[in-house]
Design a protein. Structure first.
Length: 531
């Protein structure tokens, strides 16, 4: 009752998010999730209530309104409305969102889906002279749907608009009129213009992107590793999901071989996330760690006795405030604090490792409580963070910053990129291993103290993956990943595959949903959902 009262009375988003950790969503017992009163639901068009209509996937809704038969008087009233509904549904289909239901919660949409919905509204507006800037609109799209999205972008361009797209997808790159390639590396090794010109000219250029596009470099595994993965096992063990029928799944049985690199593929909306996240992950997390989330509909999962650890590596944030960062999440910051506490300056002042933490009082800047930023609550808009004027974003007070390790204070260390820190701490074994793993998953360019809200979903996922990789593998672990190649260049995908393969070589199982064809080619076993 106390938490419930605080949840309803507070105006702070942070407090609400903290309390939400102890809450479980359940269907309303009065309306059974229909949201409306019985009187409203009693109104029907062609035998369907408004609730039944919004539960339909967009493709099915279009079919329903296309085949709608009305009387002459009703048609006179509804004709323009139906035409507008059909147009808007078609726009959503054109950007590859035909599988979404109309009542889908905005909070459950992936970044790519949200972006494509906005794009669909723009097509309908038929504006001209507009500059559209899109950040990886192909995220989460199956290769089959890429063509439709590209055609939609071309339609927008042909209306007299300009479109700038940040993209790694080869199909989208080839369809562009002009390419601008930034590089040559990531972070401080990047930021230079390495190529600009037509897609045809890019293939001839000696850039990393050009090499992969032209086929001079490929995302592939060694022949030795391939032969090893194809070798038949005498006693193959499997994880079997029986009677999966959550969302779009049609009461199917799925066999997942253990000790393999497994990929779940299929068009958008075919049930990949329902199978892997809603059924497999939730059931196993509940079994091993007593997680509170209700698993999706299924009969049983057999073969769980062959596992002793389950790790879900998804794209949810590693923290909601600037206090969370890659150094704290991976555990690297504990080593760094211990190093600073052992310096001569810290010993003279009597500082313990806690002094170098921005989560507790003592060494942190109290004006911003160690966040380096102050939150301005906008109430009806997302919160805004501004730099703390007292510490100028350094998180710590003046006395703490006076202590240095090899010429750098704690704030300067947190400002280092992973790659810089790797060289700086090369003689500290435990810390070096954690930093090396972050670098190996393609995150050498991020800062150790980079605030969690500034990390993309793909970066957050790789921070989690690096954290798990730095822990001791049991040889009977199951790693569940959701589209790990999101936001990755082909060269980084190659590095990621090598790391995932090394996990499998130790006897673990990796299961991943993915649309990237190069990634799919490198797996040991494929499960395709559809059609």
């Amino acid at each position: 009752p106390n938490l419930e009262r605080r949840y309803h009375e507070t105006s702070s988003d942070f407090t609400r998010q903290e309390i939400e950790q102890y809450m479980v969503e359940k269907v309303c017992e009065v309306c059974q999730g229909k949201r409306l009163k019985p009187e409203v639901l009693a109104v029907k068009v062609s035998g369907k209530s408004i609730n039944q209509m919004v539960e339909m996937p967009i493709s099915q809704a279009k079919e329903f309104f296309s085949n709608l038969r009305l009387g002459a008087s009703d048609l006179k009233i509804a004709n323009l409305i139906i035409k507008e509904i059909l147009n808007r549904l078609q726009f959503l289909i054109d950007v590859g969102l035909d599988y979404l239901t109309l009542d889908r919660k905005a909070a459950t949409l992936a970044g790519g889906e949200e972006q494509r919905i906005r794009l669909a509204t723009q097509i309908g507006s038929k504006l001209t002279g507009v500059l559209y800037i899109l950040d990886e609109p192909s995220v989460g799209l199956h290769a089959r749907d890429q063509g439709r999205l590209i055609e939609t972008l071309k339609k927008l361009r042909d209306l007299g608009n300009s479109i700038v797209v940040v993209e790694h997808d080869p199909q989208t790159i080839r369809a562009a009129n002009w390419i601008i390639n930034i590089g040559p590396g990531a972070g401080k090794k990047g930021g230079r213009l390495t190529f600009e010109g037509t897609p045809k000219a890019l293939l001839k250029s000696r850039t990393l992107t050009g090499d992969y596009m032209a086929g001079r470099k490929k995302v592939e595994i060694s022949a030795k590793r391939k032969a090893q993965s194809e070798k038949p096992q005498l006693k193959a063990k499997n994880l079997i999901v029986k009677g999966a029928k959550e969302h779009n799944l049609k009461n199917i049985d799925v066999k997942i071989p253990l000790g393999k690199f497994v990929c779940i593929t299929g068009v958008s909306g075919s049930g990949k996330s329902s199978l892997m996240n809603d059924i497999l992950a939730r059931t196993l997390l509940r079994k091993f760690y007593h997680a509170k989330e209700e698993p999706g509909k299924h009969q049983a999962i057999l073969g769980t006795e062959e596992l002793n650890k389950v790790v879900l590596v998804d794209q949810s944030p590693i923290g909601r405030t600037p206090r969370s960062n890659p150094a704290t999440y991976t555990g690297a910051f504990s080593y760094i604090r211990d190093l600073f506490a052992k310096t001569k300056g810290a010993k003279i002042r009597g500082y313990q490792p806690g002094r170098f933490s921005f989560n507790i009082k003592g060494g942190r800047c109290e004006a911003c409580e160690g966040q380096g930023m102050k939150k301005i609550e906008m109430y009806f808009l997302p919160d805004v963070y501004v730099q703390c004027q007292d510490c100028k974003g350094k998180r710590f007070n003046r006395e703490t910053l006076a202590v240095e390790y090899r010429g750098k204070n704690i704030s300067e260390v947190l400002e280092m990129t992973v790659e810089e820190a790797l060289n700086f701490f090369k003689n500290i074994p435990g810390l070096f291993e954690k930093l090396k793993t972050l670098n190996n998953v393609g995150l050498g360019y991020i800062q150790l103290g980079q605030p969690a809200p500034s990390l993309s979903g793909g970066e957050a996922q790789r921070v989690k993956l690096a954290t798990e990789l730095s822990r001791k593998a049991t040889g009977k672990s199951l790693y569940i990943l959701d589209e790990p190649t999101t936001g990755l260049h082909p060269d980084d995908i190659k590095k990621l595959i090598f790391i995932l393969k090394s996990l499998v070589d130790k006897g673990n199982t990796v299961v991943s949903t993915e649309h990237n064809l190069d990634f799919i080619r490198c797996t040991d076993y494929c499960i395709d959902l559809g059609p």
